[in-house]
Design a protein around this ligand. Sequence first.
Ligand code: ATP
Ligand code: MG
Length: 249
Amino acid sequence: MVEPVLDVRNVSRRFGGLLAVSGVSMSVREGSITALIGPNGAGKTTLFSVISGFLKPSDGEVFYDGDDVTGAPSHKLARRGIGRTFQIVQPFAGLTVRENIRVGAYLRHRGRDAAIAAAEQVAREVGLEALLDTPADALTVAGRKRLELAKALATEPKLLLLDEVLAGLNPSEIRDIIPVIRSLRDRGVTILMIEHVMQAVMSLAEQVFVLAEGRLVAEGTPEEVAGNPIVIEAYLGHGAAARLARPAS
Ligand SMILES: Nc1ncnc2c1ncn2[C@@H]1O[C@H](COP(=O)(O)OP(=O)(O)OP(=O)(O)O)[C@@H](O)[C@H]1O
Ligand SMILES: [Mg+2]
């Protein structure tokens, strides 16, 4: 069997009295697009922060590329190839699109010119090439989402964690960005994406994990999880699956 690129083993994370992530185990196959879904507050972003080294787990281990990287700091994991986007996009407001992307490119490129060339290449890949000189704070929501993606890509990740990059986009903007994500996978980047837009999950992901109240409640193909009563209940509340199955009277 091929080793998964990411293997999360029994990870928990506590914030004071709140168990935000509780005993979660999941693995991500190299070269795949895997989705992590679940209602608000389920612990998805917290799990991303643990995987990418922004938070230490309270319990459990994270294996990446065959090594135990539990508790390693984010800059070390970035160097090893774990990139992430942030749910609350954080562009450097005073900088242009090119300068924002270049910050990430410095991880792999020492010289200024090499970093700029790499940044411009990434901008082309995400469709921001016409906006390279635009100040980041002048971008639309869709532009900011692309910039967030570009900043992470500029670190040349092997495993890319996307935290709701489609949130706030309209249907046509979503349609435009789905092929960009697919093409990243096609050139070998493994993608783990948190996503509420089910249309994107259904069309992109080969495997889906479902979190609710910190626990993994389901996993499977998009079709399997979409039809799973436990998943419907997690989103809509206890008894929802039965209510939906009953013909209206
Ligand atoms: N730094 C923190 N300190 C204390 N509590 C936190 C912290 N970060 C998250 N939480 C809590 O942990 C729980 C899980 O939050 P998290 O942001 O991981 O959920 P999520 O699944 O990403 O939700 P959403 O879909 O709304 O983004 C929530 O109850 C949240 O309030
Ligand atoms: Mg979140």
